[in-house]
Structure formats: C-alpha cells, structure tokens
Design a protein around this ligand. Sequence first.
Ligand SMILES: O=P(O)(O)OC[C@H]1O[C@H](O[C@H]2O[C@H](CO)[C@@H](O)[C@H](O)[C@H]2O)[C@H](O)[C@@H](O)[C@@H]1O
Length: 240
Amino acid sequence: MRPPALPDRAALFLDFDGVLVEIAASPDAIQVPPALQDRLDRLHDRLDGALALVSGRHVADLRRYLPRFAGVIAGSHGAEMAHGDRVDLASGAALDIAAIHAAAHHLAAAHGTILVEEKPLGVAMHYRAEPALAAFVDAAMRELEAQFPGTRLQPAKMAVELQPEDAGKDGALGRLMSAAPFQGRVPVYVGDDLTDEPAMTAAQDRGGFAIKIGEGDSVARYRLADPPALARWLDRALQQ
Ligand SMILES: O=P(O)(O)OC[C@H]1O[C@H](O[C@H]2O[C@H](CO)[C@@H](O)[C@H](O)[C@H]2O)[C@H](O)[C@@H](O)[C@@H]1O
C-alpha cells in the first residue's frame, strides 16, 4: 500500500543503501543522486532537525557520501551515534576489531571474489560477485561469531555482517525518540532490508509507520518500489 503524506510532526528515520541510493555491485560503487543532499537539507529544516540516517555503514563512510548532512547519523547498525562532530559508541567498545578483521580475511582467503568490508565495529563479507558462495560465507561468518563473544550475525543483501551483539537500529530509534528534537513526534522509518525490520516495528509500536522499499516480506505498513519512488514521496512532503 502506498504511504500517506509525511505527518506534520514527523521524526524521519532513513536507511541508506537501497533506500536513498540504489544497490550497486560493491559498497564503493554506489552513486549518490545529485539532488539527494539538497533534499536532505530541506527535510532537516522542515522537520526542525528530527531527521536521522540509520545505517549498517559506519559514520565516517556515510559522511564521505553526504558530507553536509545536518541530522543525526546512527551508524554501524546503531552502535555509533553521531551528533555533529561527536560520535558516541552505544556498544562494541570492548571488541578486538583488528583481530576480527584479520580472522575475516583469513576465512575469506579461499575465494578471491569475496569482499571483506572492514568496519570500526564489525565486518561484512560480501558475495555479490559470486552468489554461489552464499553458503560458504554463511558458514565462515558463523565461525567468526563463535570465535568472538559479544558479536552477532546480521544477514544482509548478498552479504553477512558481524556486529556488536547489542547493536540494533531499533535501539537507535528508541534512544533518539527519547530526546529533542525527536521526542513527542510521530516516528516514520524507511528501510529495505532485514536489518531494518526491528526498527520498523519500533516506529509502528510508537504510533508511527514504516515504509518498505522494494520487494520481500516486511512488517512495514506501506511500500514504495525503489529509491526514486521514495525521492518523489519526500519531494511531495517538502511541497506540503
Ligand atoms: O543499513 P544500510 O544503509 O542499508 O546498509 C546496509 C549495508 O549496505 C552496504 O551493503 C549493501 O549495499 C552495497 C552497495 O549497494 C551492496 O554491494 C551490498 O551487496 C549490500 O549488502 C554496505 O556495504 C554495508 O556496510 C551496510 O551494512
């Protein structure tokens, strides 16, 4: 079902890959639509600052693509929270990240097409270049999870990620909704992947709604086909 108009007093939570930018062959191959930064600037003004990016990417990576984003950035699946230049860690501080990265590279070394994406609070193993390696990557990442207590797996699109066990986009939404400028507003969450589902539930449980981008089962009440359809919906909100 198509979403209604963005509520006047909305707090807007936007996922990044597959939502604001189209999925690409590799994490570095994404194309940021030319109008995106300006659209986010205007939404930030329209929502009196109640705008957040909520992504599996880490904060510094997101800043590379959206250098002047003025809202809050919840990166690393909610384990990092950036308000301006300050980045707080909600979880994962005790993990031996260098050892996790080294072990991931060691496990993936058998297949040159697997891309190991190092992140400051975890790691992702991507098999988009050779989808037949899905089972191998799944097994390798389970081994990694067993090696490093305090972590958990997160299935993603053609990838499996390892993140701090208590990180989650739903937790990030909850923390943001408890303080200004988000508190008292209607949460609207837009996502495309399994990692977004708990946060979609959290938004709907708090009296708001969620929008799923693309196909696949979802708890979201509403759906849009792809990032360009979301861009049009957001542009309509800016004209209200
Ligand atoms: O939470 P998100 O903002 O949706 O980020 C989820 C993961 O996105 C990236 O991986 C995915 O997008 C890549 C680029 O389109 C694609 O090549 C890959 O197959 C997808 O899994 C990113 O690399 C991860 O770090 C994010 O966690």
